[in-house]
Design a protein around this ligand. Structure first.
Ligand code: 13P
Length: 256
């Protein structure tokens, strides 16, 4: 079974001071830090150097929320994967629903970013998920499978041996509406089966995180599901105690 991961996507929330405070809060919680659970933070790009400096000697990993699919050149405002690698970044989110919906990132763009991240020696966290309208139309599984398929077509199933998938139903993000453990498990199992049809071994080892209003109150039940290997946490990752508590919920699963 894949190990557990608890990742915190800070989105566009932080300041230099808040970054120090939050990271220090996590470091101070060493005793509460779950052994065996990979804890990852995704601060906004300007605070990556701070994250590197504060976390490099710790067991907490850090990553970036986005990266350009281009290597370099005239792309004002963009940040390349090699620049992120300069900050010893381990993970990069690709295809977050906010990137897809607000910035119009297509499956093809997301696949190009995914490949650029891997080419620079980092691990993409591929975010997928259906909207409420798609769920109500019964399209959930076809939507998420198509999002995964775009990456399988571009990069091959083997590439998922070096990637993480995060299932985040769009209707559950920032709304306080968490998918029920059963709803999430159904989709996670379908994603694993879809990947297994291309490569069973890669599918068995694939880490599939759940995201969407994960909180200390909901984490344990979600993480208890067979195909849920951790969480991608937004709002609750902005508070050190909540984030650590979610890590503890993941840790509890390892003991079972
Ligand atoms: P919330 O946990 O705030 O719903 O955000 C989820 C998310 O989008 C993480 O990437």
């Amino acid at each position: 079974m894949p190990k557990m991961m608890v990742a915190g996507n800070w989105k566009m929330n932080a300041s230099s001071e808040a970054t120090t405070e939050l990271l220090q809060g996590l470091l101070n919680g060493q005793d509460a830090l779950p052994a065996g659970v990979e804890m990852v933070v995704f601060p906004p790009l300007p605070y990556l150097a701070q994250a590197q400096q504060m976390l490099q000697a710790s067991g907490i990993a850090y990553g970036a929320q986005n990266a350009s699919e281009h290597a370099k050149g005239a792309y004002t405002g963009e940040v390349s994967t090699s620049m992120l690698a300069d900050f010893a970044v381990r993970y990069v989110l690709v295809g977050h629903s906010e990137r897809r919906s607000i910035y119009g990132e297509s499956d093809a763009t997301v696949a190009a970013k995914y490949m650029a991240v891997q080419a620079a020696g980092m691990v993409p966290v591929l975010c997928i998920g259906e909207t409420l309208a798609q769920r109500e139309a019964g399209e959930t599984l076809s939507v998420v499978n198509a999002q995964v398929q775009a990456v399988l077509d571009a990069a091959g199933a083997e590439s998922l041996a070096n990637a993480v998938v995060a299932y985040e139903p769009v209707w559950a993000i920032g709304t306080g509406l968490t998918a029920t453990p059963e709803q999430a498990q159904e989709v996670h199992a379908a994603i694993r089966a879809h990947v297994a049809a291309a490569n069973a071994e890669v599918a068995a080892g694939l880490q599939i995180l759940y995201g969407g209003s994960v909180s200390p109150a909901t984490a344990a039940e979600l993480f208890a599901q067979q195909d849920i290997d951790g969480g991608l946490v937004g709002g609750a990752s902005l508070d050190a105690q909540s984030f650590l508590a979610i890590g503890q919920a993941a840790q509890a699963q390892l003991a079972i």
